[in-house]
Write a protein that binds this ligand. Structure first.
Ligand SMILES: Nc1nc2c(ncn2[C@@H]2O[C@H](COP(=O)(O)OP(=O)(O)OP(=O)(O)O)[C@@H](O)[C@H]2O)c(=O)[nH]1
Ligand SMILES: [Mg+2]
Length: 531
């Protein structure tokens, strides 16, 4: 795998890890993030070097092998157990890769003078044991195991099947088998066909653990037999320069596999259905008292229409009753014509039944989407849906309070009818005055008004009768149209408020759910790119 492809995979894994934050097992996520960071650093430092570490039980001969490979006596070897307590590195060529060794945090480092290009760019590390009573030795080993490009496990004929090695290291590291070599050391202690038996047994063990790809190199570090085969193997690894990228690539495989398990195996990201969406908006409309507002708006319209067009004597009595919209504290305008400063309606509080229906609708949205998602993601969807629940009532109330549902403009026909009603009323008043004028004039000794008739009827009667009949009839006729207008008004207000509630529902609930689902889809996509 090219380092460019590796970088792309790393970036994808980093993105997936960020997206999975708080939604997956923290341990899995932590490992993925550690791999991203480690691999990024390793690539930044140098892909040319091959870092090889000698690991194994105490007394297996790691330090002796280190000396044999370096042609030095740098590493202390001995019969006292354990011998090595800190890591030591050897590098070949003109200068040591100090930045890399700093990152590895190797305290002791030596440059091996050599003209041969074979081991150039090789960093060989002698590690302490992993199985002595010294806990800090194992801690050092565990720190190096994820960092190095290749691990050489040094075992001896007595302890090659040790559970401490196989259970804690070899089997869990099976994915890295192509970056591991098993050295069977101290072969000089074996006689006859013991070596063959030993090798066959070790091979069988390793194969059973998924380490078929790890070669076994038998040798005697003390006597030097077989060491050349290991040197050749190392020289090839150094020349190929593939150990580092293969190791990082395996790291990525391991991380993406475990992270993708946290994402489940959905073929498609769930979505909130249109039906669930509108059911939720409907429940929200109900709980917010939308129909109460619609009804008040209709009645307010009817009141104003009737005031303008009804028979004035009756309308005036009606005018004493308050406007239903004002009673709900809706559509109030401040002195400057803007909506009242603190929008808060007086719509009655939602009943428990209404609240329960919102809860049901919300649960349906959550269930339909989250039930197929892995636990952590389902929880995230749930809290996205319910996160703003405490504020919802206020938000909906505000949304209704600030809606421009009050239409103050009088209709042209209302004005015309008002004028006619006034004229008719003036006729009635004039008729009445006329009626009472003559007796008053007689009393005062003044001449009576001339009597005027219309089709044989006295004009006073005609004025009063016609005025009343005309006003009442015009009022009744107008009320038919005012009623139609009021129904249209109701429809319009319902539409405006539903749109507003729809927006709030989208912004406060569904938008967040969609965002969470999108995040999930992005995480799935990033993981598939990292794989
Ligand atoms: N017979 C024989 N003895 C060996 C061989 N390799 C190492 N030894 C001996 O085994 C003992 C331990 O060797 P070391 O190289 O110190 O072992 P180590 O794995 O570094 O041990 P720690 O540093 O304690 O982890 C020494 O006495 C070595 O001389 C070998 O190939 N054959
Ligand atoms: Mg040692």
């Amino acid at each position: 795998m090219s380092s460019k492809a590796l970088s792309a995979r790393l970036a994808a894994l980093a993105e997936a890890a960020t997206l999975c934050e708080g939604r997956v097992d923290p341990e899995v996520l932590g490992k993925a993030k550690a791999i991203v960071e480690r691999a990024g650093k390793r690539m930044e430092l140098s892909g040319d070097y091959t870092i090889v570490a000698l690991a194994g039980a105490t007394g297996s001969g790691k330090s002796t092998l280190f000396n044999a490979l370096t042609g030095t006596q740098l590493a202390a070897t001995g019969v006292r157990r354990p011998t090595t307590s800190t890591a030591m590195a050897a590098g070949w060529g003109a200068e040591l890769p100090h930045a890399l060794l700093d990152w590895l945090d190797v305290p002791r480092r030596h440059l091996i003078a050599s003209d041969s290009p074979k081991f150039r760019d090789l960093v060989l590390i002698d590690l302490p044991d992993h199985d002595s009573t010294e806990d800090k030795h194992r801690i050092i080993v565990d720190r190096f195991v994820p960092l190095v490009d290749m691990l050489i496990w040094v075992v001896d004929p007595q302890k090659y099947a040790d559970a401490a090695l196989h259970d804690s290291y070899l089997r869990p590291l099976a994915a890295y088998s192509r970056n591991m070599v098993i050295v069977l050391n101290q072969t000089d202690r074996l006689w006859g066909d013991e070596l063959d038996h030993c090798l066959a047994d070790l091979r069988r063990l390793l194969d059973a653990e998924g380490l078929a790809a790890s070669p076994i190199v038998p040798l005697s570090a003390m006597q030097g037999t077989g060491v050349q085969a290991l040197k050749d193997l190392l020289a090839k690894a150094v020349a190929d320069k593939t150990s580092a990228t293969r190791r990082l690539s395996t790291d990525l495989d391991v991380a993406t596999t475990s992270l993708s398990k946290e994402l489940g195996n959905l073929t498609q990201t769930p979505r909130v259905s249109a039906a669930d969406r509108s059911a939720l908006v409907a429940a929200m409309a109900d709980v917010s008292g939308l129909e109460i507002v619609v009804d008040s708006a209709a009645r307010s319209w009817k009141r104003r229409g009737t005031l303008a067009t009804g028979w004035p004597f009756v309308s005036w009595v009606r005018a004493l009753r308050p406007d239903p919209l004002r009673r709900l504290r809706l559509g109030r305008k401040g002195d400057d014509g803007t909506l009242a400063e603190i929008p808060r309606t007086s719509i009655p509080k939602a009943t428990p039944v209404q609240l329960a229906s919102v809860d049901t609708a919300l649960r349906q949205v959550v269930n339909a989407t989250a039930s197929t998602l892995p636990r952590g993601w389902a929880d995230a969807v749930k809290s996205a849906a319910r996160g703003n629940q405490a504020l919802l009532a206020d938000k909906f109330d505000m949304s209704i309070a600030t809606a421009e549902i009050d239409d103050d403009r009088p209709r042209v026909w209302w004005v015309l009818v008002t004028i006619v009603q006034w004229l008719l009323m003036i006729a009635v008043v004039a008729g009445v005055l006329w009626w009472f004028a003559n007796p008053v004039l007689v009393l005062l000794g003044l001449p009576m008004l001339p009597s005027v008739t219309w089709r044989g009827l006295p004009a006073q009667w005609v004025l009063v009768g016609g005025g009343i009949a005309g006003g009442v009839l015009l009022g009744l006729l107008s009320s038919v149209f005012v009623n139609i207008g009021s129904r249209m008004r109701a429809r319009k207000v319902r539409r405006v408020l539903t749109q507003r509630l729809d927006k709030v529902t989208q912004r406060e609930i569904l938008g967040n759910v969609d965002m969470e689902l999108q995040r999930y889809a992005q995480a799935v996509e990033a993981i598939s790119q990292a794989t």
